[in-house]
Design a binder for this molecule. Structure first.
Ligand code: PEP
Ligand code: MG
Length: 582
């Protein structure tokens, strides 16, 4: 049994077989073959092996010619390994006698050989284990090659164990069969983590290196509440987790029943809870859970989900779908936030040279540099806006100039539509995200020009504390409870209040029920959260009064360490809503 701890990013406990995607994204399926398929699969293995041996021979000749025989010897050793009768016998017997797929048989056998070598206590032999992994990769590349099953073509439930999943890959996961995933890298607010919440797939990220010893097919417990992944659990552990799975389902069912109740504090203060969405279909999950509308629609996923550039009509259809589903409720459409970890395959070249993509061409900067791309989206938003209560919001605004330029382009597009005689909405509110420290410092000035603010704590924390939000090695430094973050929120709230502009928090911090009393106590009356978090947030709102929230916020703001703030807030949450502290 192997127990790993990581960062919990999407709640729920699931148990199922592992599907491993290595850092090279090989899928290693352990499906059992039908008896009739065994002969064909044995031939497939032999063909792959022959082809690998030919490749190695070619490399041996090439390297021998160019670098000399001592280097070519590396490949002779690989060849010897690939032709080792014991190894071939073991793989073939797994295929023939146990009806395993050749991919699984190769991976299982070679990893076992590699582990044995690593455990012999000899440095030289331990290093040779790397050659075995290399051989495994070569064979898998051949075997999986063209016939590699796409993740979206799964036919049975699996838990994905991967080095990493890009937001694009995560966006296209087949949620019918992917019941959870765990990655070696990633942080609390990486976009892959956010998507896991959106897709409501239990997930743990930032587990560190652990995939070398896993072949796929092993039973896995994934605990998205506590950030644990257990591979090959024993019976007692399985039973314990099945209990906790049942408990978590009971709590969730009770909370879902809150959807029809008002989001109102004990002293009658109404608190609006909006949903964050990435895909239009998610709007139904928000409304089903009693959301007051959509507070953040991350439209860049139109670019990340598919493999073709979305047209104005694609944008328009998606926005109409969301606006119509929300009726009179507001929908905040955020313009494209492409860049950093959200780069569509077609645009990769454009970002290839960036040494520091989080600080590079991203978000509103990209939109302002790519006006035709930006205008396609703006036309669609303005046209769709006639169907509901639409607001538009610009992301990652760092200077007044950027905000003014973006607004000017929006006005230009309005003029174009007017000239063309196209129906559109002229008076939609224009807001900005506050996710860069400069925007907080200039909140007063911005407040004179914007219609509303939405604080994006995911980026605001990253840029304030200089911590990459996706990097597990600094995850312990990336803290929503940092006093600097509390003060920043306070100062934006004050600027909004002075100028009569509404302020929402839409980063992951607002999906975490621990922070709800604090945010209410600081004066916030609207949040936008991952849809699955809405019932939990409502539970907090309904169990607290504003004076109590103000007392909690005052105490939290008197503490000088993030750790103490978060610990204190957890204790308060346990007192107010014990069910939410699992
Ligand atoms: C944020 O930065 O808090 C935010 C909501 O935007 P995103 O997570 O999409 O960067
Ligand atoms: Mg952001």
């Amino acid at each position: 049994m192997q127990v790993r701890s990581g960062i919990p990013v999407s709640p729920g406990v699931v148990v199922g077989p592992a599907l491993v995607l290595g850092s090279e994204d090989f899928r290693i399926p352990r499906h059992y073959l039908s008896r009739d398929a065994v002969d064909v699969e044995l031939v497939r293995f032999k063909t792959a092996l022959d082809s690998v041996c030919r490749d190695i021979e070619e490399h041996e000749i090439l390297v021998g010619d160019q670098l000399g025989s001592q280097y070519a010897a590396i490949f002779s050793a690989h060849l010897q390994m690939a032709r080792d009768p014991r190894l071939i016998k073991e793989v073939e017997s797994l295929i023939r006698d146990e009806c395993c797929s050749p991919e699984y048989a190769v991976s299982k056998t070679l990893r076992r050989f590699a582990e044995q070598m690593q455990n012999l206590g000899d440095q030289y032999l331990a290093e040779r284990a790397l050659d075995i992994f290399d051989l495994e990769k070569r064979l898998l590349r051949k075997l999986l090659g063209e016939s590699r099953e796409e993740l979206s073509n799964l036919t049975q439930p699996v838990i994905i164990l991967a080095h990493d999943l890009t937001p694009g890959e995560t966006a296209t996961l087949n949620t019918e069969f992917v019941i959870g995933f765990a990655t070696e890298v990633g942080g609390h607010t990486s976009h892959t983590a956010i998507l896991a919440g959106a897709l409501e797939i239990p997930a743990v990220v930032g587990l560190g290196r652990y995939l070398a010893g896993v072949s796929g097919g092993e039973m896995v417990i994934l605990d998205g509440d506590h950030g644990q992944v257990i591979i090959d659990p024993d019976e007692a552990t399985l039973a314990r987790f099945r209990d906790s799975q049942a408990r978590s389902i009971r709590v969730r069912e009770r909370l879902e029943s809150l959807e029809i109740l008002d989001s109102e504090t004990q002293d009658g203060q109404r608190v609006q809870i909006f949903g964050n969405i990435e895909f239009p279909e998610e709007v139904h999950q928000c409304m089903k859970r009693g959301a007051d509308g959509v507070g953040l629609y991350r439209t860049e996923f139109l670019y990340l989900g598919g493999n073709k550039e979305p047209t104005e009509q694609d944008h328009y259809d998606a926005y109409c779908q969301v606006l119509k589903a929300c009726g009179d409720h507001p929908v905040v459409i955020r313009t494209l936030d492409i860049g950093a970890d959200k780069v569509p395959a077609r645009l990769r070249n454009r970002f290839a040279d960036s040494q520091n993509p989080m600080l590079g061409l991203r978000s509103i900067r990209l939109s302002l540099q790519s006006t035709p791309l930006f205008k396609v989206q703006l036309r669609a938003v303005l046209r769709a806006a006639v169907f509901g209560n639409c607001r538009i919001m610009f992301p990652l605004v760092a200077s007044l100039l950027e905000f003014r330029q973006a607004r000017m382009i929006l006005m230009d597009v309005m003029e174009d539509l007017e000239d063309e005689g196209v129906d559109f909405c002229r008076d939609l509110p224009i807001g900005m995200m506050v996710e860069v420290p400069s925007a907080v410092i200039l909140a007063e000035e911005f407040a004179r020009e914007v219609d509303f603010f939405s604080i994006g704590t995911n980026d605001l924390i990253q840029y304030t504390l200089a911590c990459d939000r996706s990097d597990p090695s600094v995850a312990n430094l990336y803290r929503s409870g940092d006093p600097s973050i509390l003060r920043m929120i306070q100062s934006v709230l004050k600027a909004g209040e002075r100028h009569g502009k509404s302020v929402t928090v839409c980063g992951q911090m607002s999906s975490d029920p621990r922070f709800m009393p604090l945010l209410l106590g600081l004066g916030l009356r609207q949040v936008s959260a991952t849809p699955h978090a809405i019932p939990r947030l409502k539970e907090v709102v309904r169990n607290i009064s504003i004076p109590e929230a103000e007392r909690i916020a005052a105490h939290a703001c008197s503490l000088d360490l993030a750790r103490d703030v978060e610990h204190y807030l957890l204790g308060e949450l346990g007192r107010i809503c014990p069910d939410l502290v699992v």
